[in-house]
Design a protein around this ligand. Sequence first.
Ligand code: Q46
Ligand code: ZN
Ligand code: ZN
Length: 362
Amino acid sequence: MKCRVCREPAIIDIRRHNANFCEEHFLRLCRDQVTKAIDAFSMITPDERCLVAVSGGKDSLAVWDILLDLGYQVDGLYLGLGIGDYSDESARYAREYAESRGATLIEVSLPRTYGFDIPNGSRAAKRKPCSACGLSKRHLFDQAAIAGRYDVVATGHNLDDEAAVLFGNVLHWQTDYLGRQLPVLPARDGFPRKIKPLVRLGEREMAAYCVVKGIDYIVDECPMAKGNKHIGYKEALNAIEATSAGAKHSFYFGFLDRASERFQAEAEADQAELTPCIECGSPTSTEVCAFCRLVTRAGGHLPEGDHDIRLDAWFGDHRHVEPVLDDAYPDPDPDPDVGAGADDAIAVDLSPTRRTPKDVRA
Ligand code: Q46
Ligand code: ZN
Ligand code: ZN
């Protein structure tokens, strides 16, 4: 098996490209695919500041790494969800990576700052864990990005994730979600732009990328993911891909090219008028935003002190600039009750990818 570019021994085959690559040219392929996605969808420019949602999994660490290598200004934000050992371990991988690159990692702890964790809080609030988790992530990443004056939030959604979410949305004809399932969600009402730079790269490639670059990541999946429909959709698509290489790519990019526009009017019409939440100041279509309602029902509390002090607690030494006032940034707060299936849910490292040469090397 030889590299398509240099004819040296290859370390990976990528069937949908019908090609094999050596280490050097595989890494170049990953960077090129990200560049292509960034250019095609006008995701980010070098003078913009980016906050990447870091879970400690392969995708979020890979997207951070590639964006740094491409010269973008990227800090990481890790959200501690209080999911036992899983959270402790994933935080460790995020910190180790940040340290190895001399990069800035901002950490926010749901239990410490808001007084609840996902397993107990979701039970108390009578919500599915992934639903409470997805809502918390969206709210806190948006709030952190606006407070830290980041232009854009990047997530590690890869082609497998996007194809699986699309599959689920089509299966249930969730047309409002279909209208918002894009690699870029533009900034709106003071909200940061959201981008998915890995949409041209698959899950297996991201695992291989981390192995080749020596990036350690959490392999175990979140214990709360059991029974998540997203996993079943991925398995179904993997079975199709096994006999039809490139099926996921043509499903997802065919949708973007030829169908997604048809659903956008409905998604836009759904966007209600927003006013600041009376509790936290985040924009919402109701008096109290969905996150603050969750905090109350989960038995938690909003951070103590005024807003400025709270932001200091979040950003610590990493706070770059004065924050904008709470009510300066509204939030669409759609509160979709679908956890990992939401169009803008944070990176999902659900696959039990193993970092073994057998899996990574063809
Ligand atoms: S972390 Fe959170 Fe995922 Fe765990 S509780 Fe569900 S949504 S599965 S990305
Ligand atoms: Zn090569
Ligand atoms: Zn609120």
